[in-house]
Design a protein around this ligand. Structure first.
Ligand SMILES: Nc1ncnc2c1ncn2[C@@H]1O[C@H](COP(=O)(O)OP(=O)(O)O)[C@@H](O)[C@H]1O
Ligand SMILES: [Mg+2]
Length: 538
């Protein structure tokens, strides 16, 4: 049989091909058949699973199709239309290249292949059972290919028994299917599992329209676009704000040269980029498309091509990590949910946005931000910085606006009799700040308080204040209240983003403040002079 299209691979190539099982479960059949449909230039691909695929798997496409000769040759081992020479292995544009999938599938199932090319008037139907062709006939069909795989592993009982339950097999196949949805926006995909349409996705302009289909927690508002080129590499895709995470790695989707793979290297690069922004054991959702020169990866290391080997691992890792970091630091702007609505630190962030060139390099230990200055390196304790700025804002607020928040229902704070006396003693000052209360025999009933104290922290703030008054009998009541309030504001879990950290730094520089309200330093400058001296350059 002679086909101009499909060839048998020469032995030297066959020997180079990663050995191992191509077909292990339902998902691997779906993978191979869908990839064949994509390679055939299809614009519509439909997958139908019965009994989770254990009864039958159907993949139907409208691609270029096969002639009778094509089909009969394609089901032989190591026959492909996609690869002619070893050289081609480096410049693959197709998913397939080993010519193994169809032959493996037909050997372990009852398969029916129906196909027609553009050139033919009628199509061909070939039935194969356990690798043996049992019938061939002409049928009237449209262009494209239909492959039905029934009773997988019927002739390999041990492997059949190793299949999981229909539910699990269907889930794994669905997860695989999702990857093609994400990487082929122009293709109409349909997935039908046991009579239920799981996906019916008409073509879209851009993959971001498909991301929420697969990750329902995402929408346009919480995904960020990423695009970065470096020499002969490029990275594109979407990443999420650090507050949207999953408890596992299921949100991590990597494509290398269009091929979906799993990769510890890329996983690590992602985690390094998010670093301190993530809570423990939380993982971001990232859909990343990496392009690298064909001769810098080996896609032949895994029998199902689910892994690749990068030849320049460190370069790739740095490239991906830095690209993500850049987007996170530039675009991740989260407003600080602050203690009172009358009052926001937000404006500050905008204020300094124009004067940007400040470079925030890195955050260490979730505490220290490193900046570059003209005369050296600055290390800023940004929690201390945050506290200082909050403190100053509260002081300013207290001086300017003498407002108070009234409580509809008074809040009782139990106090000892000497504490009550102390409060009475400072009565005038406390009232001038915004507090008001009724004295009881065993405490006080707070009826009003300054608006910058969150109602939920009111008891704690007041108790700390009383403690402070006991030891200091301080006349600087205003400062004390401000200091205690901002301590609680920070404690109640305000997360600070890159932009706020930069804004804080700019603000502190403008004000020339360098200690926090407790007198601890806020930043530390190491000048280049010092460095030069240390390294004995001077
Ligand atoms: N859906 C399809 N449409 C058109 N041609 C196909 C289809 N599926 C398989 N073929 C042809 O059969 C050949 C063998 O397929 P396969 O065994 O998957 O090997 P590979 O994809 O590695 O070439 C392919 O190279 C292709 O020419
Ligand atoms: Mg193939």
């Amino acid at each position: 049989m002679i086909s101009l299209r499909i060839f048998r691979l020469p032995d030297e190539i066959v020997l180079k091909i990663a050995a191992g099982e191509v077909i292990t479960n339902i998902s691997s059949v779906v993978k191979e058949l869908v990839e064949n449909s994509l390679d055939a230039g299809s614009s519509r691909i439909e997958v139908i699973l019965k009994n989770g695929g254990k009864e039958s798997i159907v993949v139907k496409d409208d691609g270029e199709g096969m002639t009778e000769e094509d089909i009969l040759l394609a089901i032989e081992p190591h026959t492909t239309s996609k690869l002619r020479s070893l050289e081609d292995l480096l410049h693959l544009k197709t998913f397939g290249f080993r010519g193994e999938a169809l032959s493996s599938i037909v050997r372990v199932s009852r398969t029916r292949i129906v196909s027609k090319t553009e050139m033919e008037d009628v199509g061909t139907e070939v039935e194969i059972i356990g690798g043996k062709v049992i019938s061939t006939r002409k049928v009237g069909v449209g262009r494209g290919t239909f492959v039905e795989v029934r009773d997988i592993f019927f002739n390999f009982p041990v492997r059949r028994r190793r299949l999981k339950s229909p539910k699990i097999e269907a889930r794994m196949a669905t997860e695989r299917f999702q990857k093609y949805l994400l990487s082929n926006p122009k293709v109409h995909f349909i997935l039908n599992v046991d009579g239920k349409i799981i996906y019916n996705c008409p073509p879209v302009e851009d993959i971001h329209e498909r991301i929420p289909i697969i990750f329902p927690e995402l929408s346009d508002r919480n995904i960020m676009y990423i695009e970065k080129d470096m020499e002969n590499m490029s990275l594109k895709g979407y990443i999420t704000f650090p507050e949207i995470t999953r408890p596992n790695r299921t949100g991590e989707v990597f494509f290398v040269n269009g091929r979906n793979i799993i990769s510890d290297l890329l996983h690590e690069a992602v985690m390094e980029a998010y670093e301190e922004l993530l809570k423990k054991r939380r993982y971001p959702i990232v859909v990343l498309f990496l392009k690298v020169p064909g001769n810098e990866i080996d896609i032949n290391v895994h029998p199902q091509k689910l892994e690749v080997k990068f030849l320049k691992e460190e370069i790739i890792r740095n490239f991906v990590r830095n690209a993500i970091k850049e987007v996170l630091s530039k675009e991740w702007y989260r407003k600080i949910v602050f203690v009172s609505d009358s009052y926001k630190i937000k404006e500050k962030v905008h204020e300094v946005k124009e004067s940007f060139p400040t470079r925030l390099f890195h955050i260490l230990k979730g505490r220290y931000a490193i900046f570059e200055e003209t005369n050296g390196i600055v290390i800023m304790d940004f929690h201390a910085a945050h506290e200082r700025l909050l403190y100053e804002d509260i002081i300013e607020f207290m001086k300017k606006e003498k407002r108070r928040r009234k409580l509809r229902k008074p809040l009782k704070i139990p106090l000892s009799s000497d504490e009550i006396l102390l409060v009475e003693e400072k009565g005038k000052d406390l009232k001038s700040i915004g507090f008001d209360w009724e004295t009881l025999t065993d405490g006080i009933n707070i009826t009003a308080f300054p608006p910058f104290i969150p109602a939920t922290d009111l008891t704690n703030v007041f108790k700390d204040l009383v403690e402070d008054l006991k030891v200091r009998r301080s006349s600087k009541l205003m400062e004390t209240v401000a200091r205690i309030s901002c301590k609680y504001a920070i404690k109640s879990g305000m997360n600070v983003g890159f932009e706020e950290i930069i804004a804080m730094y700019e603000n502190l520089k403008k004000k020339g403040t360098n200690v926090c309200p407790h007198g601890r330093p806020i930043y530390y400058l190491i000048t280049y002079d010092e460095l030069d001296r240390f390294f004995e350059r001077k």
